[in-house]
Write a protein that binds this ligand. Sequence first.
Ligand code: ADP
Ligand code: MG
Length: 318
Amino acid sequence: ATPAATMVGTSIGARNGVLFKGGDILERVKDTDAVVFDKTGTLTKGEMTLTDVVALDDTGARADGGDAAADGGTVAAKDEASFDEDEVLRLAASAESASSHPLADAIVDGARDRGLDVADPEDFENVAGKGVRATVDGQDVLVGNTTLLREHDVDPTPGDDAREGLEADGKTAMLVAVDGRLVGVLADADTVKDSSKAAVAALHDRGLDVHMITGDNERTARAVADDLGIDPGNVRAGVLPEDKADAVDAIQDDGTRAMMVGDGVNDAPALATAFVGVAIGSGTDVAIEAADVTLMRDDPMDVLKAIRVSEGSLAKIK
Ligand code: ADP
Ligand code: MG
């Protein structure tokens, strides 16, 4: 393109909240074959809310006398070691109060909203991509995924029915263990952004493949993808932060030119690896630094605008 065309494109982009890091990028964006979205904070709002608290007894049945979760409808007697919902939540929230993870914040807020007394843990350890371990009131508390529990020799399977049901609803389920025994399951839910579904449909209409990458579990990821119209075969779940760039590489393996769209520190290597890296909205400085394009708004639809500016079809300012 001529320098003049580049200037026009750059300025149309800027007026539409799409910032290109130079003329080469402006040219390149239109050659994208596939768009790879990070899930949390990119397709979803990234604002978690605590939605469910399930107390389990030794058999995996719900200890609150509600629906039995695992034993075909029989409500098992509540033994003296059982924790009720409030105690499950209080211990989990106290453990999580030392973490700054969005999942942790939602648990702490949820506990405070229910009037529970959230205490500082006596001891705390963050296990990245898996959960937390802490000592609360002299008890050893784990909050996290099945991998975390197994690593601490706690059997997560009595929680399977409860966990799988929550995950099928697209929620992130977290297991709570106290002194080596599973005592409950919590769930946090995130909300899909208003325009995510329309953005996926519009990209499909243009003949682009749409993928999603997330650290979240497979079942939750599939539920969200299903909601948005993303092919289940294009979902990569349980991806550890350090493996996101490899996941983009795998998509680009056959020559596919992928645009990676993400918001987090975790996403920076993947943004750098992709044919085009796009940082979205309230993205972290690290993501913006690594990106080729920055979308100033938090709107996945602006991915389409970036492509249209690049091909010169967004000539008018709306
Ligand atoms: P994301 O890609 O969504 O940012 P992470 O890599 O931070 O996810 O975490 C992956 C998974 O590890 C979460 O879905 C959750 O199951 C578990 N996890 C991580 N941090 C915590 C925490 N503070 N409390 C409970 N579970 C956690
Ligand atoms: Mg994210």
